[in-house]
Every structure is written in structure tokens, then in C-alpha cells.
Design a protein around this ligand. Structure first.
Ligand code: ISL
Ligand code: CA
Length: 550
């Protein structure tokens, strides 16, 4: 196993719109992040992943870029960006930027040109097709509801948009477009950016014959028709050879539809990405209708996801671990118990995240146990996925209260409420009116209180980052789960040469007993979310411990 900084890094994800507002207009911004650099450093993380900060009409939280070379004016200026990057580097923190290259905004000049006429030089930057009689070129559904094709009056053709109609898909078949993409990547890497998170990289190579989907299961459509296209490997290889290889850059590809089998296409050591995000656990509770069609999940399935993916990465590449991000509910609300065992289960999840094999990514606010919010009406949602989802749901007669149930469980607004800094006005996020309603629990859950309290989630998180840093076995050691059939306990070893650690996690509201086989290893506890009890074999509800077993 070759060592690399990005294998050893712990990454903190910042959703800029909701992190900290520096100028009182209610929108988080770069100056706000600069104010909080010491806080970020205090967490013991090594890198910051910033969600997109490029110029954007903000149809989809900045994932619709209209200029890849400038900063979203609401977020600040290029000077602010330079200062932020310098501030990070002074603190030995790396910066990972989020590039959206599968699609652009419809307000990008490329698309504005492309629309104009069938022979415009930019026409082939996107996918244009005539319809079939009165209907779209094929039956592909968009991620955000409705058809993935939008009719455009001007030239009488449809364009492809896997996401919103303001996010037309870029045509990577066109070598001129690929050169543009290489150029813009170089621009940011020349500035000293240390890593790239590549949005929906799984979908950049299209099946250009655009076959009809033959399944009503949305995630299956993604796997079979959108992701892992015929030229995917080639496109990644080209970007690597022409751009990434010339920098010490970490690349992490995002994308639904990546499976343990096909993930190897993305991860070739010499020609691929360094890492990918997979959604094994994230899609576990989605029914055929996708996000707003939730189904139950089990601990057995959850554990199986970690095992399957770890096996895949043993063969090739390197894993990433995350339990939540800006697209999913809050980790403590989803995998823990955010009522009775809020504190314990949040700490347990930090333990899992920071003791698993693979580079950990923690989403801002999870280090203080921020929870899901609650919408009482769909109109409160700031998310296009929810708004469009509601439009579709109405067509099939779903009531608002039914839909809200799914939204409050799985919707993306949950993760996007402003960061809770203190119990004061607007949680210290802004002096103005926040762009999105705060979670009403901000007077209870906030950074300020947890800074002062030794036993807080925040300080536990810091304890875990230190532990991971101090013990390379937690980075490079193998992952060996056992008792995998157990419905509530998550138990595993991390092992490397002479080093060995045991991690025990009780994912339940009940007291549980550890199996006899681990008793010999329960002597040297390094960290835990309860005081050490009399009987080490007994785990309290949501108890988490890490042992050294040398
Ligand atoms: O959240 C998902 C399931 O409903 C994912 O499929 C997600 O939509 C997908 O992984 C792509 O997400 C990324 O690209 C989107 C953007 O809306 C997300 O915020 C981003 O993370 C389009 O750019
Ligand atoms: Ca602002």
C-alpha cells in the first residue's frame, strides 16, 4: 500500500451558503469561512471540501455553473478566494474544490450560443435531438422529476438535462469541449488548489444512441443508462494524463450508479481517479421511486455495504467514507437516535467514520450533532429536487402531508440549514435574515456550548481525529469485521503488522453484550462515549469504544 497524503487526510465539507455569513446579507460566503479557519483547524482535519463557489444562477445550490472562472458574487471575489486559500495553506490545510463538469448552467455562454442555431460552433457542446412526433427523443427521466429532455422553441429540438432544465448536460464526445474542461481545471490547479471533487463523474460518457430505459426503478435506470458509459475510462484517463498528473492533486469522483464491480473502471492507479464516493449505504433506504420513496433498512445491510466496498478497494484504488453530505439527511437523524440518545449516537457515528478504512469526509455541523430540520409545508423547501418532486407527486395523487413525511425523512434541506454557532440571534450565522430557516433547535445545539464542555460531541470528534492521526493502523490497517449477522452490533478490527485495534459500536437503544471472542481484547480502551463501566462486556445504548489490542 503506497502512502499518500490524501489517504491520510480527514476532510471537512463546507456548504458555503450555510456556513458563515461575513457581510450580513443572510448568505454564507468566503469571508465567513475565513473568519472560521481557526475553528476548522481546531477540529484536527487536514482538508476542506467546498461545495461549488463558481458563478451560478443558483438553480441547484451552485451545481449549475455559468462561469467556471469566477466566484459567485454572493460568495465574494477572487481576492477573497486567494485569501481563503492562503489562510488554509498557512494552517497546513488543503483545499478541495467541487467541479461540476457533467453539465453547466443554461446561462453559461456556451449554452446561450449552442441554443442559437443548429450550425452554431457551440451546438455540439451539448446534446440536441429532434423529438419523436410530439414527444421527447426517449423516455429518460430526470433526477429532479419529469423528462430529462427539454424542448427548445428556437431551433425546434430538445436538449438533454439529467438534472434540472437549467443544467444541460455537456457533450464530452466533443474534443473541443474536453479541451475547455482541461483548461479550466488547470486554471484552478495553477492557483494552488489541492484537490478536485468531480460532480456526477459517473455520467460524463453518454450512450449516444440514447436507448429507452426499460425499468421503472430510478436507481436502476441510473446504473444501466446514465452511469458508466462506453467512453468513461477513456475520458478519465485523458484528464489524468493531460491535467491531474502534472499536479499533486487529489481527485475524488462522485456519482450514483457506481457499483463495486464497475468502480475499478474509475480507479486505475495510473490512469484513474484516486477515489470515488459510492452510495451503497445512501441508497439503501430508497425504493423504486428514489429519494421520496423511502423503504426500511437494516443494520445487516448497512454493514454489508462497508464490507463489500472495502473488499472492492482492497483490489484497487482507495475508499472514501461518509455518513452524510449536502445531498442527504443529517447523519445522527438517519443512522442514530436524535432524541433519546442524541449525544451518544452522534459520538458513535463519529467513531465509525474515523475508524473505518478509507478517507473520512465529515459534513459541517455533524461534528456538533446537528439534526434534521422539519418543513411544515413544501413551500418552505429551498431545494429544487423537493419542489420538482412535489410537482410530480401531485400528478399521482400524493397528498402534501404524505409527501412531507418523505421530505422530512430524506430531503436535502435537512443538511442545508445554517451552521449553528451560538444561541444568539440567528445562531451566529448571520446578522441579517438567513437565506434558509435555521433549525429551531439552534439554541440547544451549537458550537459555543460544546467548546466549553469536555464531554461534548465536538470534543469527542476532536478526540477521534487525534486518535486517527496518532495511529496509522486506523488509516492503513486492514478492515476485519466479525459477527456480521448481528442486528445491532457493529464490530471490527483494524490490523497492520504489530498494530491492532478493536472497534465496538452498539447501534441500538438497548443494552447489549459483546460476544465472548472479544473479551481478551477489552483491556486497553483508548476512547469511548461512556465512562468506563464495571463490566466491559456490556455495552450501553449507542455505546462506542475503541481498544488497542497490541
Ligand atoms: O442525492 C442523490 C439521490 O437522490 C444523488 O443521486 C445525487 O443527486 C447525485 O449523486 C448527484 O449529486 C450531485 O450533483 C447534483 C447536485 O444537485 C448535487 O448536490 C450533487 O452532489 C447535480 O449537479
Ligand atoms: Ca454574505
Amino acid at each position: 500500500m503506497n502512502p499518500a497524503w490524501w489517504k491520510e487526510a480527514i476532510v471537512y465539507q463546507v456548504y458555503p451558503r450555510s456556513f458563515k455569513d461575513g457581510n450580513g446579507d443572510g448568505v454564507g460566503d468566503l469571508r465567513g469561512i475565513i473568519e472560521k479557519l481557526d475553528y476548522i483547524q481546531s477540529l484536527g482535519v487536514d482538508a476542506v471540501w467546498l461545495n461549488p463557489i463558481f458563478k451560478s444562477p443558483n438553480d441547484d445550490g451552485g451545481y449549475d455553473i455559468s462561469d467556471y472562472y469566477s466566484i459567485q458574487p454572493e460568495f465574494g471575489t477572487m481576492q477573497d478566494f486567494n485569501e481563503l486559500l492562503a489562510g488554509l495553506h498557512q494552517r497546513k490545510l488543503k483545499l478541495i474544490m467541487d467541479l461540476v463538469l457533467n453539465h453547466s448552467s443554461d446561462e453559461h455562454p456556451w449554452f446561450q450560443e449552442s441554443r442559437k442555431s443548429k450550425d452554431n460552433p457551440y451546438r455540439d457542446y451539448y446534446f440536441w435531438k429532434p423529438g419523436k412526433q410530439e414527444s421527447p427523443p426517449n423516455n429518460w427521466p430526470s433526477f429532479f422529476g419529469g423528462s430529462a429532455w427539454q424542448w427548445d422553441e428556437l431551433t425546434g429540438e430538445y436538449y438533454l438535462h439529467l438534472f434540472s432544465r437549467k443544467q444541460p448536460d455537456l457533450n464530452w464526445e466533443n474534443p473541443v469541449l474536453r479541451d475547455e474542461i482541461n483548461k479550466l481545471m488547470k486554471f484552478w490547479l495553477d492557483k494552488g488548489v489541492d484537490g478536485l471533487r468531480l460532480d456526477v463523474i459517473s455520467a460524463i460518457s453518454k450512450r449516444t444512441d440514447f436507448p429507452e430505459t426499460d425499468t421503472a426503478d430510478f436507481n436502476e435506470t441510473i446504473r444501466k443508462f446514465y452511469a458508466n458509459g462506453p467512453r468513461l475510462k477513456e475520458f478519465i484517463k485523458e484528464a489524468r494524463a493531460k491535467v491531474w498528473n502534472h499536479y499533486d492533486v487529489m481527485t475524488v469522483g462522485e456519482g450514483p450508479g457506481i457499483t463495486p464491480q464497475n468502480s475499478m473502471d474509475y480507479l486505475d492507479e495510473h490512469h484513474g481517479l484516486n477515489m470515488i464516493f459510492h452510495f451503497g449505504h445512501m441508497f439503501m433506504d430508497q425504493g423504486p421511486g428514489g429519494r421520496f420513496d423511502p423503504i426500511p433498512w437494516s443494520m445487516k445491510d448497512f454493514k454489508a455495504v462497508f464490507k463489500t466496498w472495502d473488499d472492492a478497494f482492497l483490489e484497487k484504488g482507495w475508499g472514501s467514507v461518509f455518513l452524510g453530505n449536502h445531498d442527504f439527511p443529517r447523519m445522527v437523524s438517519r443512522w442514530g437516535n436524535d432524541h433519546m440518545y442524541w449525544n451518544e449516537s452522534a459520538k458513535l457515528l463519529c467513531t465509525l467514520l474515523l475508524s473505518m478504512r478509507g478517507t473520512p469526509f465529515i459534513f459541517m455541523g455533524d461534528e456538533i450533532g446537528m439534526t434534521n430540520t422539519r418543513l411544515d409545508s413544501v413551500s418552505e423547501s429551498q431545494d429544487i429536487e423537493t419542489q420538482n418532486g412535489w410537482r410530480e407527486a401531485q400528478k399521482v395523487g400524493i397528498t402534501e402531508s404524505e409527501f412531507l413525511k418523505a421530505v422530512n425523512y430524506a430531503g436535502r434541506d435537512n443538511a442545508r440549514t445554517p451552521m449553528q454557532w451560538n444561541p444568539g440571534e440567528q445562531a451566529g450565522f448571520t446578522t441579517g435574515i438567513p437565506w434558509m430557516q435555521l433549525n429551531p433547535n439552534y439554541n440547544r445545539i451549537h458550537v459555543h456550548a460544546q467548546e466549553d464542555e469536555t464531554n461534548s460531541i465536538l470534543n469527542y470528534f476532536r478526540g477521534m481525529t487525534q486518535l486517527r492521526k496518532a495511529n496509522p493502523v486506523l488509516t492503513y490497517g486492514t478492515y476485519r469485521p466479525f459477527d456480521t449477522g448481528n442486528d445491532t452490533l457493529f464490530l471490527f478490527f483494524r490490523e497492520r503488522q504489530q498494530e491492532k485495534m478493536l472497534i465496538v459500536l452498539n447501534f441500538s437503544n438497548q443494552v447489549a453484550n459483546l460476544p465472548n471472542q472479544v473479551i481478551p481484547f477489552l483491556t486497553n480502551r483508548l476512547i469511548g462515549n461512556y465512562p468506563e463501566g464495571k463490566s466491559p462486556q456490556e455495552l450501553q445504548p449507542w455505546e462506542a469504544r475503541v481498544y488497542s489490542c497490541k
